[in-house]
Design a protein around this ligand. Structure first.
Ligand code: NAD
Length: 501
C-alpha cells in the first residue's frame, strides 16, 4: 500500500499554494524509510513573489504598535502550547528523533516566542536630558524591513523559531526557507501564526534548496539573513550575503569536547557524556562528540560508559514503546556516518561499542546507526577533524587539564565545551581558558536558552550579533540616536512664560 503524501504548500502574502510546476525532493520518515511528502524545489521567481509579499506587508506592520504586535505573539504562544503534542509528533515523524526529544525541540521554540512577547520592553531605548545645555539625547530601535531565514534539518521546530518571532516582533516582515528534509513542522507552525491573527504577508514560507537560498542572498529587498547549518554553507551565506549589503548571522557546525576529570562523579559524568553524545542520535550542533578522559578518569568512567552505550536501544520513534534513540535523517547520511566509523577504525581507533551492524527488525528500512564509541582517537584522525553528526562518541586520553584545554583550543570550531569535576579551581580554570562560546560545568549540553545568546565562536559562527536574547533584537533592528534642542516655545504658546533672567 502506498501511503498518501502530506501536503507541503508555500505561503506567500497570506495565500497557501501548492507549487506543482517544479521538481520535488522527497521528505522521509527516517524511522521507516518511507517517503511521507514531496517538498517543491522552488525557483528564484517564487522567492521574488515571497519577498515582494513581505515588502508589501512591511509598512503597515512596522507602524503597528509594539504592544499590538506582542498581542499576536501571545496568541501564537497559546496556540503552540495547545498544539504541543501534534507539533512534537510531526517533528518526530519527519526527523526521526524520539518523542521526548521532539517535545524538547518544541518547548525550546515556544520559549523563543515567550521571549519575543516582551518586545515592548526589549525595544526600549535610552535617553539623557541635558547631554549638553538644553540638548537632550535618546535612542530608539526601528525594524530593518524584509528579513529571511534559512534553517537546517536537525531542530525542525526550534531553529526557525530562533529567528522569525523576534524579527516579526521587532516590526520586520519575514521569508522562511526551512530545510527541504523537514519542511512539514514549519508548515504547521506557520498555520498557527496565521490563526493567531498575523496579517497577510508578514511571514512567508518558501521551500527548496540552493537556488532559493542564492535568490534570497542576492535579492535587493532582503535586508538581513539568519542562517543555521553546516560550516561550509554558513561561510558561503555570510560571504555572499554581506557582499550584497545584507546583515548576516550564520551559525555553523561544531565539534564539542566534554572533559572528565579524575575527581568527577562517575554516574553524573557518564550520564552527561551519553546525553551529549547520543541525544538526538548525535545530530546536534551542541553534541558532545568527544569525551576527553583526564588522568585516572578512564579507569573509573570508561567501563561504565561502554557498558551503558552498548545497552542503548535504537528503533522507530513513530510508535510506542519509544526506543532510547531514533534513526538518522537520511539513508545517505547513515552511509556517511558508517563510512566515518570505518575510517576511524582504519586509522587506528579502537571500537569498544560498535553500532555498525545494528538491526531493527520492526523497521528494516529505517536509517539506523547504533550508538558507537571510538576509543584512543588522535586529533589527526578524520573522525576527530570532521563533524560526524551521528551517534558516534570519540574518546581521547589526556594527562592533565592543561593538555586537554590546549588540544580543545586547537579545534577550528567553537560552539560549546563542558567539564565534569568536583574541583571549583579546575572548573574556573576551564571556564577562563577554553576558547568557545558556550561552557558547561557539570552540564553535558550547555546550549543557551532563549534569554541568552546562542553563542558560537570561530568557525561555528559568522557575523557579529548572535541569535536569541538581546543580541537577536539588535540584529533585527537599526538603532537611531536623536539629539534635540528647542529654541523657543513657538508662536501662540501664550500659556508659557519665558524664564526670568
Ligand atoms: P546544511 O548546511 O546542509 O543545510 C542548511 C540549510 O542550507 C538548508 O536549508 C539547506 O537547504 C541549505 N543549503 C544546503 N546546501 C546549500 C548550499 N550549497 N548553498 C545554499 N544553501 C544550502 O545543514 P543540515 O545538514 O541541514 O544541518 C546540519 C548542520 O547544521 C550541522 O553542521 C550542524 O552542526 C549545523 N547546526 C548548527 C547549529 C548552530 O546553532 N551552530 C544549530 C543546528 C545545526
Amino acid at each position: 500500500m502506498i501511503a498518501t503524501l502530506e501536503p507541503c504548500p508555500v505561503w506567500f502574502g497570506g495565500e497557501w499554494r501548492h507549487v506543482n510546476s517544479v521538481p520535488t525532493t522527497p521528505v522521509h520518515n527516517p524511522s521507516t524509510g518511507e517517503v511521507i511528502a514531496e517538498a517543491p524545489l522552488c525557483t528564484a521567481a517564487h522567492v521574488n513573489e515571497a519577498v515582494e509579499a513581505a515588502a508589501a506587508a512591511f509598512p503597515a506592520w512596522m507602524e503597528t504598535p509594539a504592544v499590538e504586535r506582542a498581542r499576536v505573539l501571545f496568541k501564537f504562544k497559546t496556540l503552540l502550547e495547545e498544539n504541543f503534542e501534534d507539533l512534537a509528533r510531526c517533528t518526530t515523524r519527519e526527523h526521526g528523533k524520539t518523542l521526548v526529544e521532539s517535545r524538547g525541540d518544541v518547548k525550546r521554540g515556544i520559549e523563543m516566542v515567550e521571549f519575543a512577547c516582551g518586545v515592548p520592553s526589549l525595544l526600549m531605548g535610552e535617553s539623557l536630558e541635558n547631554l549638553a545645555r538644553g540638548i537632550d539625547c535618546d535612542t530608539i530601535r526601528q525594524p530593518l524591513g524584509v528579513c529571511a531565514g534559512i534553517t537546517p534539518f536537525n531542530f525542525p521546530c526550534m531553529v526557525p523559531l530562533w529567528m522569525y518571532p523576534v524579527a516579526i516582533a521587532c516590526g520586520n516582515t519575514f521569508v522562511l526557507k526551512p530545510s527541504e528534509k523537514v519542511p512539514l513542522t514549519s508548515v504547521k507552525v506557520a498555520k498557527l501564526f496565521e490563526q493567531a491573527g498575523l496579517p497577510k504577508g508578514v511571514l512567508n514560507l518558501v521551500h527548496g534548496g540552493r537556488e532559493v537560498v542564492d535568490a534570497l542572498l542576492t535579492h535587493p529587498r532582503v535586508k538581513a539573513i539568519s542562517f543555521v547549518g553546516s560550516t561550509p554553507v554558513a561561510r558561503h551565506i555570510y560571504e555572499t550575503g554581506t557582499k550584497h549589503g545584507k546583515r548576516v548571522q550564520a551559525n555553523g557546525g561544531a565539534k564539542n569536547f566534554v572533559l572528565v576529570m579524575p575527581d568527577a562523579d562517575v554516574d553524573h559524568s557518564v550520564r552527561g557524556v551519553m546525553e551529549a553524545a547520543f541525544g538526538c542520535a548525535g545530530e546536534r550542533c551542541m553534541a558532545g562528540s568527544t569525551a576527553v578522559v583526564i588522568g585516572g578518569a578512564e579507569k573509573s568512567v570508561l567501563p561504565t560508559l561502554v557498558e551503558a552505550t552498548r545497552r542503548i536501544k535504537v528503533g522507530p520513534t513513530d510508535r510506542d514503546p519509544q526506543p532510547d534513540m531514533g534513526a538518522v535523517i537520511t539513508r545517505q547520511h547513515r552511509d556517511r556516518v558508517l563510512h566515518l566509523i570505518e575510517t576511524g577504525v582504519k586509522e587506528g581507533a579502537r571500537i569498544p561499542a560498535d553500532g555498525r551492524g545494528v538491526k531493527v527488525s520492526e523497521a528494516p528500512n529505517g536509517f539506523y546507526v547504533g550508538a558507537t564509541i571510538l576509543d584512543h582517537v588522535q586529533p589527526v584522525m578524520t573522525v576527530a577533524r570532521e563533524e560526524v553528526f551521528g551517534p558516534v562518541l570519540n574518546v581521547m586520553h589526556m594527562e592533565d587539564l592543561d593538555a586537554a584545554i590546549e588540544m580543545a583550543n586547537r579545534s577550528p570550531y567553537g560552539n560549546g565545551a563542558s567539564i565534569f569535576t568536583r574541583s571549583g579551581k579546575a572548573a574556573r580554570e576551564f571556564k577562563h581558558r577554553i576558547r568557545c562560546g558556550m561552557v558547561g560545568i557539570n552540564i553535558g549540553v550547555p546550549a543557551s536558552m532563549a534569554w541568552f545568546p546562542f553563542n558560537g565562536w570561530n568557525d561555528s559562527f559568522f557575523g557579529d550579533l548572535h541569535m536569541q536574547g538581546r543580541e537577536g533584537v539588535q540584529f533585527f533592528t537599526h538603532q537611531k540616536v536623536t539629539m534635540s534642542r528647542w529654541f523657543s516655545f513657538g508662536e501662540g504658546d501664550v500659556w508659557h512664560r519665558e524664564p526670568q533672567k
